[in-house]
Write a protein that binds this ligand. Structure first.
Ligand SMILES: Cc1ncc(C[n+]2csc(CCOP(=O)(O)OP(=O)(O)O)c2C)c(N)n1
Ligand SMILES: CC(=O)[C@@H](O)[C@H](O)COP(=O)(O)O
Ligand SMILES: [Mg+2]
Length: 578
């Protein structure tokens, strides 16, 4: 029986003698390495948070005290210490443990959103409420150095600094996001870590108490500092210095790669959309010296490494700061360049105002490349890229494209960076990019992929849905239901040629890897209604809800967005209207 076997909750962690803590930490590391290497997930961040999380649970009393994990990818140790070790076999799998805190799993879990830089704002709000309710519960925010590069974090610190709220800010400083933390803050934290804080202390200058730097892998140091912080009764930063991947040499030596380890079964193989983008943007960089790229602390994951290697002066990592990235891109465009902002689709939501009023209002040539669009998979509801294709079409002058295959990604990316009078955006999923799908002919901006002599309907295959739509069309032909298939390529604004093509069919179904609200199908239906066309238009997309984690294929299949589901839906809807 190991110490870990006996941990059913934080009470068991607090009951351990200090002498047992290094043994427990070692057991937890071995457990994480085994579990995460098999299932995939955030190995490096969690190996770095072992002692820190043990200390937090020994000094504070969750769930009476409120523990707020920023981003939440480093909460595996928290899950182990709150009685969920036995469920780790199911980590990030459909129906199993989430890779982030989940209130449905435990009363110890609070923030479910995996978007960084939010924990201090939650802490500010929770602390204000507890104060008004006369509660003595304490509030603890565990925040990474990378998350501190997000603007929200400083909006919250600005507020917290003017209060006497007992908020303990555990700064988990390993000096990195994926890559080393950038900017003046990265340098300042480095100076504080080394004790060379000649320019003073940013946190103290704001009016916050500061304790540190503390060895984030020394249980006694950590408990002493957290106990002192808890007794202060005012907002305090406990600056813990940790190492990402601690205790596992491969993760310590290649910290970026082990930030998010792929499962032992490996990825689904094959060239990904990100690979295709990465090669093409580097080629474009050769042809267009005005093209520059921006990343929000995710140069590698968004495929910009090749461009950065070739053009180091033309790629800008702004930290986890998507809002700043977009408006800085607006500045770059105002000064005559063509910026490409590469972010995951889910994170562009954070910068909608900047896209709308800092870029589009000025009709600036900024191109947004939205990776991980649509159903993302194991990262769960706040990582699915399900809202960009609904919100971006309301931006006046913005053109949105969805490539169906590698050739179209290259083609549409070049079309996008050739636009000089407004913003453009491309979106593609976290998946193998598959083979090229040739067009029969082009109408307007659309590619006709299949054309029947006497079709009963039209499938509008948006982006990566093309393959499943063509397979469905083949199945439908076997049922004596011939349908045409068209790929719009540019999904917003609506192509008049697409509207005209749809008006020529009795039945049209738009198949989309995005939430149904605001999708292309709805906008097409409105346009056809204005024309008075008799066409029946349907949208076949994801529900307007938060989808749990699982594999991309499982989730798409569950919502009928595979060939079989599309076939069934077409037959069902044709029958309803017969
Ligand atoms: C708004 C937002 N942008 C990007 C990401 C992707 N992301 C996940 S973890 C991470 C790095 C976080 O660094 P840090 O806060 O220092 O935590 P660490 O992994 O070092 O423990 C990033 C950029 C995110 N989760 N949220
Ligand atoms: C927590 C976070 O936002 C990232 O680490 C994300 O989990 C990475 O996902 P990918 O594996 O799709 O790059
Ligand atoms: Mg970090």
């Amino acid at each position: 029986m190991t110490l870990l076997d006996a941990i059913t909750g934080p009470g068991d962690v607090r009951a351990l003698p200090s002498s047992a803590l290094p043994v427990l930490a070692g057991e937890i590391r071995r457990f994480l390495i085994e579990q995460v290497s098999r299932a995939g997930g955030h190995l490096g961040p969690n190996l770095g948070a072992v002692e820190l999380t043990i200390a937090v649970h020994r000094v504070f009393d969750s769930p009476h005290d409120v523990l707020l994990f920023d981003t939440g990818h480093q909460a595996y140790v928290h899950k182990v210490l709150t009685g969920r070790a036995a469920e780790f076999e199911t980590l990030r799998r459909a129906g199993g443990l989430s890779g982030y805190p989940s209130a449905a799993e435990s009363p110890h879990d609070v923030i479910e959103n995996s978007h960084a830089s939010t924990a201090l704002s939650y802490a500010d709000g929770v602390a204000k409420a507890l104060r008004l309710k006369g509660s003595a519960r304490r509030v603890v925010a565990i925040v990474g150095d990378g998350a501190l590069t997000g603007g929200m974090a400083w909006e919250a610190l600005n507020n917290l600094a003017s209060t006497e709220h007992p908020v303990v800010i555990v700064l988990n400083d390993n000096g990195r996001s994926y890559a080393p933390t950038v900017g003046g803050l990265g340098a300042h934290l480095g100076a504080l870590r080394s004790g060379r804080a000649e320019p003073g202390n940013l946190f103290q200058d704001l009016g916050l108490a500061y304790l540190g730097p503390v060895d984030g892998h020394d249980p006694a140091d950590l408990e002493c500092a957290l106990t002192e912080a808890a007794a202060l009764g005012r907002p305090v930063v406990v600056h813990c210095v940790t190492r990402k991947g601690k205790g596992y040499p491969p993760a310590e030596q290649d910290q970026a790669d082990h930030h998010h380890a792929v499962s032992a079964t490996g990825s689904n193989g094959g060239r990904t959309w990100t690979d295709v983008f990465g090669a093409e943007i580097a080629a474009i960089g050769e042809d267009r010296s005005d093209v520059v790229c921006l990343t929000a602390a995710m140069q590698g994951p968004t495929g910009l490494d090749a461009f950065a290697e070739r053009f180091p002066q033309r790629v800008f990592d702004v930290g986890i700061a998507e809002q700043h990235a977009v408006t800085s891109a607006a500045g770059l465009a105002m000064a005559g360049l063509h910026p490409v902002v590469a972010v995951y689709a889910t994170f562009i939501s954070r910068a909608f105002d900047q896209v709308l009023l800092d870029v589009a209002l000025h009709r600036l040539p900024v191109t947004f490349v939205l990776d991980r669009a649509g159903v993302t998979g194991p990262d769960g509801p706040s990582h699915h890229g399900m809202w960009d294709a609904s919100v971006l079409p309301v931006v006046p002058g913005l053109r949105l494209a969805a490539p169906r295959d590698p050739a179209r990604l290259r083609e549409l990316l070049r079309e996008a960076v050739a636009v000089s009078d407004g913003p453009t955006a491309l979106r593609y999923p976290k998946a193998a990019a598959g083979a090229d799908i040739p067009a029969v002919r082009r109408i307007g901006r659309c590619d006709v992929l299949r054309e029947e002599p006497d079709p009963v309907g039209l499938l509008i295959a948006v982006g990566p849905m093309a393959k499943a739509c063509l397979e469905a069309a083949e199945e439908l032909a076997g049922h004596g239901v011939p349908v045409d298939v068209v790929d719009p390529r540019w999904t917003a604004p609506l192509d008049p040629a697409l509207v005209k093509l749809a008006a020529a069919h009795q039945f049209v179904l738009a198949v989309e890897d995005t939430t149904a609200t605001g999708a292309l199908g709805g906008r097409l239906a409105q346009a056809l209604a204005v024309l008075g066309a008799p066409t029946r238009v349907g949208t076949f997309a994801l529900p307007a809800s938060f989808l749990p984690h699982g594999s991309r294929a499982e989730i798409l299949r569950a919502h009928g967005l595979d060939a079989a589901g599309i076939t069934t839906t077409v037959l069902k809807r044709l029958k309803e209207h017969s």
